[in-house]
Design a binder for this molecule. Structure first.
Ligand code: BES
Ligand code: MN
Ligand code: MN
Length: 462
């Protein structure tokens, strides 16, 4: 009977593709940029919209939960019986800023279908992938009358700013979130026909460094040589954070890095990362990084440090001769287990303060923090996910680590003892966080089918 339900759900999904696309477009029109204070109302609007979409899909108890920051969205359907497993679906409805908007070929919040792609901010990261789960549930509940397992959704509006509110919510609502496994679609496949399951994520430690000197910009002729320059100092600090091979120079930075064991090195070696592909995707003239590690290892299993933005002084047309009053940098470190973001923040602060001369004032502020995470992949949930991908895409997924961060995965592990299966449907060239973000539509629909198959398969294995 379960299999029958699965066929009914698949049929329902096939018959409703146009509606599933149209609704996603509506969701994408709401500019839910979590980091921009002026978008606060739109972020809430996206939460309300999603809660309503969940109700329409047949989910119960759908509600918008207020937090100190942006709201959470919860819903569930728990009528599969005590013997059936419970899946917790996580995703995020907030998106990155659209800037620089003039680099978009179509407006970021006016979604456009272009051939096989849907183009809009947040379409791959992560609204489209969240919506896959809502529609897979709808296919069962409207197409077959019931789900083969129990399901809960928790969707946040602060993932792109480090997820502070959900980080607090998880340990305080353990019972509400109890499940056998968490499933997240917020990552990508290797290629349109090659799925992958991500078992490792890097963590993040994000710092702002502000350097101030004189209390106003000075004439560089009158004062140059006598008053220190905040930009020069900031550049000196930044230049000392890393060597030319990509080694981070902060004392103690590598102390808690767990080396890859042979088994994992071999496993990762099987996931060929084509260097040319990376060059093509990025447009960079060459790859770079620690010579003793493979490209894939460098992109997922090694920690890094990067300056994300740096400003100061005069940057308008022409020239201006000044000693600027201030300089600012945003610096992030990607972490691997067992590095602790707060400990790394402390090491960073101590080292930068040591580099800072007494001729300027240096202020360091902690921003987003996320723990790295590694998930066991010898589980029935991963087996069910592999089988589901295999059925829909005709290829078993490859197991790999991912260099990005999803803060809540570590929290699920730590506070709920909950493992996560990351079943991404994006592609490496979706341009997430960049202008012209897109989602390959055939995989939007295959994603819905894959989740339908996963639920059926997982329920039967448990
Ligand atoms: N979906 C990404 C994480 C990701 C990126 C997974 C690429 C797989 C492939 C997520 O939305 C993200 O961008 N996270 C931020 C987290 C940070 C702000 C704490 C990140 O990694 O920069
Ligand atoms: Mn995301
Ligand atoms: Mn993101």
């Amino acid at each position: 009977m379960a299999t029958n339900h699965r066929e009914e759900a698949l049929r329902y999904a096939a018959q409703h593709q146009q509606a599933h696309l149209d609704e996603l477009i509506e969701f994408l029109r709401i500019p839910s940029v979590s980091t921009q204070p002026e978008r606060r109302e739109e972020v809430r609007e996206a939460a309300e919209w999603l809660a309503q979409a969940m109700r329409d899909a047949g989910l119960e108890n759908a509600r918008v939960i207020d937090t100190a920051g942006h709201p959470l969205v919860y819903s569930d359907w728990l009528h599969a019986g005590d013997n059936a497993p419970t899946v917790l679906v996580y995703g995020h409805y907030d998106v990155q800023p659209a800037e620089p908007e003039d680099q978009w070929r179509t407006a970021p919040f006016a979604p456009q279908v272009d051939g096989d792609y849907l183009i809009a901010r947040g379409v791959s990261d992560d609204k489209g992938q969240v919506y896959i789960h809502v529609k897979a549930v709808e296919a069962y509940l409207h197409g077959a009358g019931s789900l083969p397992l129990n399901i809960k959704f928790i969707v946040e509006g602060e993932e792109e700013i480090g997820g502070p509110s959900l980080g607090e919510f998880v340990p305080q609502h353990k019972e509400l979130l109890t499940a056998d496994v968490a499933v997240i679609s917020d990552s990508s496949m290797m290629a349109p026909d090659q799925p992958s399951i991500v078992y490792g994520l890097r963590g993040l430690c994000y710092m702002f460094v502000d350097v101030s000197g004189p209390d106003h910009d000075l004439h560089s002729g009158s004062f140059g040589g006598g008053i220190d320059n905040p930009i020069n100092v900031l550049c000196h600090i930044v230049a000392n954070l890393k060597d030319e091979h990509g080694r981070v120079l902060i004392p103690g930075f590598y102390d808690d890095v767990q080396p890859l064991d042979e088994e994992e090195r071999e496993l990762l070696a099987a996931v060929a990362v084509d260097e040319n592909r990376v060059l093509q995707t990025t447009g960079a003239p060459a790859v770079w990084g620690e010579p003793e590690y493979s490209l894939l290892e460098r992109l997922g299993a090694r920690p890094t440090l990067d300056v994300n933005g740096i400003v100061g002084g005069y940057t308008g047309a022409g020239s201006k001769t000044i000693i600027p009053a201030a300089a600012h940098a945003k610096i992030s470190m990607r972490l691997v287990s067992d590095q602790d973001p707060h400990e790394i923040a402390q090491l960073f602060e101590a080292y930068v303060m040591e580099l800072a001369p007494p001729t300027v004032e240096v202020t360091i502020t902690r921003n987003g923090m996320a723990s790295p995470s590694i998930n066991d992949f010898n589980t029935t949930a991963v087996a069910a996910a592999s089988a589901a991908y295999g059925e829909v895409f005709g290829k078993e997924p490859l197991m790999r680590r991912e260099g990005g961060s999803i803060p809540v995965v570590g929290d699920f592990q730590k506070h709920l003892g909950l493992g996560t299966v990351m079943m991404g449907f994006g592609l490496p060239d979706d341009r997430i966080h960049s202008p012209n973000e897109r989602f390959y539509l055939p995989n939007y629909f295959r994603g819905i089918e894959t989740m339908i198959c996963f639920m059926d398969d997982f329920a039967r294995r448990e």
